[in-house]
Design a protein around this ligand. Structure first.
Ligand SMILES: C[S@@+](CC[C@H](N)C(=O)[O-])C[C@H]1O[C@@H](n2cnc3c(N)ncnc32)[C@H](O)[C@@H]1O
Length: 205
């Protein structure tokens, strides 16, 4: 059985979903951060009621910041969005956008490593995590959720979103299984035509 509070720098779970690991090409980051995407996905609506001023928000795999800017506005000057990505070019694009929006003081940008998201200093520190279109790129869902559980406060929420078509239903179900195994409970099924989505809560074990 996994320990949901072990250090995230020691991920020892093996891949369980039998899928090749994927990595979104860095240049797709520009497309994902395009304002045109707001015709289909509205960060303000998707995140409404989930983020309050002063919160510590984790955004693993932010790409170039489609959601980051909105979340930085929501946490305000007393909060922080911690954005951690494995691709330096994604982080460069993210930093440029955050700077243009005048929000650098509300966003901490971190470089992930292949073996770790690098969050060992955040034990039980995070109020909300947004995992948008990124869990399927992780070494495994178990690997990801054990780190998310480690950093989440009890009662913290995690919004999981995965693109339909790209991610199979079976794979999404495996992600939910991994979430439950590490101490998350589904509090609200979401999603629609284009995406699978659930709101999870860290209830502990
Ligand atoms: C499909 S993009 C989604 C970007 C963003 N969440 C959005 O919805 O626009 C997936 C992101 O996850 C990042 N990623 C992939 N593997 C990662 C890892 N091991 N650690 C951190 N980030 C990772 C990629 O570099 C990419 O920026």
């Amino acid at each position: 059985m996994q320990d949901s509070v072990r250090s995230p720098d020691r991920p020892d779970s093996l891949r369980t979903d039998d899928q090749p690991q994927e990595l979104c090409p860095w240049w797709v980051g520009y497309l994902l951060a395009s304002p045109i995407r707001k015709l289909f996905e509205r960060p303000d609506k998707m995140l409404a009621g989930l983020i309050r001023p002063g919160m510590v928000v984790l955004e693993p795999g932010p790409g170039m910041g489609f959601f980051t800017i909105e979340m930085a506005r929501m946490v305000g000057s007393s909060g922080m969005v911690i954005a951690v990505d494995i691709q330096p070019k994604m982080l460069e694009g993210l930093r440029r956008r955050v700077a243009r929006a005048g929000l650098l003081d509300s966003v901490e940008i971190r470089q992930a490593r292949p073996e770790s998201l690098g969050l060992s200093d955040l034990k039980a520190a995070v109020d909300f995590t947004l995992a948008a279109a990124m869990v399927h790129e992780m070494p495994s869902a178990d690997w990801f959720f054990s780190q998310a559980a480690y950093v989440s406060k009890t009662g913290a929420r995690l919004l999981l979103i995965e693109p339909k078509g790209h991610v199979t239903d079976a794979r999404f179900q495996n992600e939910l299984r991994a979430a439950r195994d590490t101490g998350f409970t589904v509090v609200e099924p979401r999603g629609g035509r284009r995406s699978y989505s659930v709101l999870l809560e860290k209830t502990g074990r």
